[in-house]
Design a binder for this molecule. Structure first.
Ligand code: HMG
Ligand code: MG
Length: 306
């Protein structure tokens, strides 16, 4: 393992539970409950949060009230409120909802991309032309996801070079950061090292984030590889919220509490209060009405050094 001197001193956590977590819930979660979750997370010190998606409600019914959620949340200075956005219609909604940031998304594998947005990868990039530039001109920050970097549920192995080309294209269009997605949580540390080695000479490390679904319990191991490579931005979902109750084996992002617990213990700052974050995880569990899988969420917070 790299010496701790080489690890970053501070990490930025990008909370995705209100979007990536809740989008998979089949029973509609009340708008006020989503607002309660977002506010509990911000109370805990989360300062970058994806509050919902401006996608077609026919495709993701759970996100139908993203506009309303944005209207209802109390905005806290210093907090970036972001929304997922697939097309120009989504940008119009994002601007009306007054988010600070949007996130566009494309997959590194054709089949997943088509299933997700009903378009080829090429058509998806075309659909971003009236999104990324105009969003930046309107004063929004734009983030991009490149999904299925570690593997595709339909095509299996994915050539990371395809993901690199997409990342370079999206950064060239004006995105400030590309979040590399292990969408189905298949990645292992060796694979993560290979992907990050490929990116190392091509993309500044500050422009890369990792978005690791924890389906097979490898997300934290991959975070460590990321930290050693100088990555300082990680996506996470409180209590591990995410995954489809009707798709056995599917799981949410790395649990935010597990990430923050680990970083706290390594002396890496996040600005997040773990006890309060744990409380936000209780809110998440209450609003979805089922047990959530996050390890620290289940085990409780151990008082470090007390
Ligand atoms: P489509 O059906 O091909 O497009 O969907 P369309 O243009 O024909 O539109 C169909 C209907 O949707 C129309 O309404 C449009 O007006 C409406 P109708 O005339 O039938 O009543 N529509 C919209 N409504 C509201 N907001 C919009 C919007 N756009 C169209 N923005 C489309 C194409 C891209 C819209 C659709 O496929 C879609 O919304 N897909 C989103 C899927 C999604 O949200 N997936 C989950 C998020 S991605 C993810 O989880 C991965 C990530 O976490 C990273 C990782 O894990 O790796 C990010
Ligand atoms: Mg995801």
């Amino acid at each position: 393992m790299a010496s701790s001197a080489k690890l970053p001193k501070r990490v930025s956590v990008y909370e995705v539970s209100p979007r990536d977590g809740l989008q998979n819930e089949s029973a509609q979660v009340a708008t006020h409950a989503k607002v309660r979750l977002i506010e509990a997370l911000v109370d805990a010190g989360i300062s970058r949060i994806e509050v919902g998606s401006f996608v077609a409600p026919k495709w993701v019914p759970q996100m139908v009230d993203a506009d309303e959620v944005c209207r209802m949340i109390g905005r806290r200075p210093g907090v970036t409120y972001a929304g997922l956005c697939p097309n120009a219609r989504g940008l119009d909604r994002a601007l009306a909802a007054k988010v600070d940031e949007i996130a566009v998304f494309v997959s590194a594998s054709e089949t997943h991309n088509r299933k997700n947005v009903n378009k080829t990868i090429g058509q998806t990039l075309k659909a971003f032309e009236p999104v990324i530039g105009p969003a930046v001109d309107a004063g929004l920050k734009v983030r991009a996801y490149v999904s299925t970097m570690w593997g595709c549920p339909y095509e299996g192995d994915v050539d990371p070079k395809r993901g690199l080309e997409l990342a370079q294209h999206l950064l060239g269009e004006g995105c400030y950061q590309v979040s590399l997605g292990d969408t189905i949580g298949v990645g292992t540390p060796t694979q993560t090292e290979k992907i990050l080695d490929l990116f190392a000479t091509e993309v500044p490390v500050e422009q890369i984030a990792l978005h690791l679904h924890d389906t097979r319990g490898t997300a934290l191991a991959n975070v460590l590889v990321g930290l050693q490579a100088g990555i300082t931005a990680f996506d996470a979902s409180v209590a591990g919220l995410g995954g489809c109750p009707y798709a056995p084996g599917a799981a949410g992002n790395l649990a935010t509490e597990d990430l923050v617990y680990t970083l706290d213990g390594m002396g890496i700052e996040t600005g997040i209060d773990l006890e309060k974050l744990w409380q936000a995880g209780q809110v998440a569990e209450a609003i979805v009405g089922r047990e959530l899988p996050g390890k620290v969420h289940r085990a409780g917070v151990r008082s470090l050094g007390k």
